[in-house]
Design a protein around this ligand. Sequence first.
Ligand code: UD1
Ligand code: UDP
Length: 383
Amino acid sequence: MKIVTVIGARPQIIKASALSRKIQNKFSDKIEEIIVHTGQHYDENMSQVFFSELQIPKEKYNLGVGSLSHGKQTAKMIEGIEDILQKEQPEALVIYGDTNSTLAGAIAASKIHIPVVHIEAGLRSFDKRMPEEINRITADNVSTLLFCPTKAGYDNLMHEGFAETITNRPDFNNPNVYLCGDIMLDNTLYFSKQTYQQSTPYNKTNDNYILCTIHRNSNTDDKQRLSNIFTSIVEIAKYKKIILPLHPRTKKMMPQMLSANLLKQINENPNIQIIPPASYLEMICLENNSQMIITDSGGVQKEAYFLQKPCIILRPQTEWVEIVEHKMAITADADINKITDAFTQFLNMPKKNTEEFCKQRETLFGNGNTSEFICQTIIETLG
Ligand code: UD1
Ligand code: UDP
């Protein structure tokens, strides 16, 4: 069968690599995958680096859409994807997560009756001011196969009226919803074996540092929130080194949003190391060797949990409620007191027994072989 995979933003390229690897290694006689890159992310270190490093087959089409307003960006993507679908006539379209590229794929395919496969379905922040929440809800509602990484995601869909029943031939009006584990864990387990305890140009093995990432628009585009976050980082840097791979959005917004004085405290701080966006292997290595992670990224907070690192989430809520419930993460929002209190709390937290932790991780996120289940299910129901 022929499938078209739509990717565009950094986390999607990474997630899609797990499925592409599985198709190449196990299902190449059954699935032909055509990759469409929308061009939402385009810098070498936000896109191409992952293709080379994770051995993803080169995209057949690149729409080169680039950075635009939500409406313009999504519209250009829909137009381009529709043309490709008309030409390729695949049996299914595969989308990941909750970006504008996800939404565009979902709309383009469903309108011309090509079944949509949504990987990372069912997640909700219950905050419709997040662009990602609109994208997720819409994508889920036009999908035929919905793969939920967590029980919370599955339950959200059931509460929204999706049916538990699984049918042999699902369609637009009778979608199948599966609870199948998290495809990101496939990658973390696969690649952390290769990178464990190695160093990157930015850290040495057993370095004592905190890894931090910031890119959520609700933080970068709000003066008060971004100032609070960086004031907290400057405070924490009095005690620990901080490594911060900087997302291009944050790099662009920092000079506009932060005072000259705060910028000086950040840029001249020997304990704050700002680096370009890391490659995936560098990132896994930086996560693996860190003492704690501070982030507003959905993927990075999850990887923190996968690698048993405590995580301070720079958001008021999270879709990954399990990691907060299991006390491995704290939603500290952009509140200076909450962030610094969480830092102190985690510094003194004893580490759980590894075997016990791995059991818990499997219950919450699966066993790292989610891509195989997804491939098999696509073949059986849509092939
Ligand atoms: C997007 C996703 C977000 C995801 C994130 C992952 C949407 C609505 N948002 O946010 O859910 O968490 O990707 O990283 O789809 N830029 C560059 N070079 C690039 C890419 C972006 O300089 O290669 C800069 C541009 O100034 C651009 C800004 O970053 O305007 C934001 O990029 P965009 O793709 O619109 O949103 P992200 O914040 O990256
Ligand atoms: N990531 C990376 N380099 C970085 C920051 C993140 O490779 O400098 C990886 C990270 O390991 C995870 C994914 O990108 O797999 C998360 O993407 P991002 O934080 O951009 O978006 P989100 O998950 O919030 O949508």
